[in-house]
Design a protein around this ligand. Structure first.
Ligand SMILES: Cc1ncc(COP(=O)(O)O)c(C=O)c1O
Length: 285
């Protein structure tokens, strides 16, 4: 299957033939960064923004990408064209490469860059689908969450805690303040204003988040970038979460307490429709 192709350090090969060294620093130290780009209709959405963030993340861990931006763009375009995935994602990961195990960076890192496509189920239309249930969990992550690092163990543990207890997502809380979820940014609608935690130490600069800021501006919806207090979460009119793969999901519960009206709220719906307009304009989907 063409979806089992891998772009590895400049070559497109079957995934079964792809070899990455045991001493790859991505494998041993989680010394790497990644991106997930949504494909609609066989076309990537916001590829430029994702590659810009990859470069910022790489700089954030002092990783010199072993490939030029132009060569990476070219390689990804070829991979997507060869793949049979129409609706799905491109997963892209860059690590510091293979070197004898040592915490100190190698003098001349080889770098490993790998990408492949995977099909994903279609996202429910705006306003449709079940509301997500969020479980509040303590934030045990590092303080550079703006780096999209492959070191995701605290996120993995949090998501599993949530899933094991019947929730859809884990929301990180520290000192009574809510930052984001294990795989998504978090927004509230409070008295008509869109509220979300600023990006930085505790929040990834989500690409979906940035597109939504543009949508909000266009729709005349005010945005307030401030931390949400945990005690606000069940008092706001609407809550929703965003990510590349899910777009926007409305939230039905904060822990066991219902949020909003038990359906997708009107501001969430408006924003999701505006987001879809942008997807359509860029990909035709
Ligand atoms: C921790 C975290 N926050 C936010 C997001 C949303 O980012 P984006 O909209 O770029 O997918 C993700 C996506 O995977 C994430 O893992």
């Amino acid at each position: 299957m063409a979806s089992d192709l891998v772009w590895l350090n400049g070559e497109i090969i079957p995934m079964a033939d792809a070899r990455i060294g045991v001493e790859d620093r991505g494998y041993q130290f989680a010394d790497g960064v990644y991106e997930v780009v949504r494909l609609y209709n066989g076309k990537p959405f916001t590829m430029t923004e994702h590659l810009d963030r990859l470069e910022r993340s790489a700089a954030g861990i002092k990783l010199a990408l072993p490939i030029t931006r132009a060569a990476l763009e070219d390689g990804l375009a070829k991979l997507v064209a060869k793949s049979d995935v129409r609706d799905g994602m491109v997963y892209l990961q860059a690590s510091r490469g293979v070197a004898p195990r040592n915490h100190v960076f190698p003098e001349k890192p080889s770098g490993t860059v790998v990408a492949y496509c995977r099909a994903l189920p279609p996202v429910p239309a705006p306003g449709e689908g079940f509301g997500a249930k969020l479980l509040a969990v303590p934030d045990e992550r590092w303080k550079r969450c703006w780096v999209k690092a492959i070191a995701l163990l605290p996120n993995v543990l949090a998501k599993n805690e949530a899933a094991g207890r019947g929730y859809d997502e884990a929301a990180f809380v520290e000192d009574g303040l809510v930052s984001e979820c294990s795989t998504a940014n978090l927004f509230a609608v409070a008295n008509g204003t869109l509220v979300t935690h600023p990006v930085g130490a505790k929040v990834l600069p989500g690409i979906t988040r940035a597109v939504l800021f543009d949508c909000a501006k266009e729709l005349g919806i005010k945005v307030d970038e401030r931390p949400l207090r945990e005690d606000e979460m069940t008092k706001v009119q609407e809550l929703f979460i965003t990510s590349t793969t899910r777009e926007l999901s409305w939230v039905s519960h904060w822990n066991d307490t219902p949020v909003g009206q038990g359906t997708c709220g009107p501001v969430t719906l408006k924003l999701h429709r505006a987001y879809r307009d942008r997807v359509r304009a860029q990909t035709g989907a």
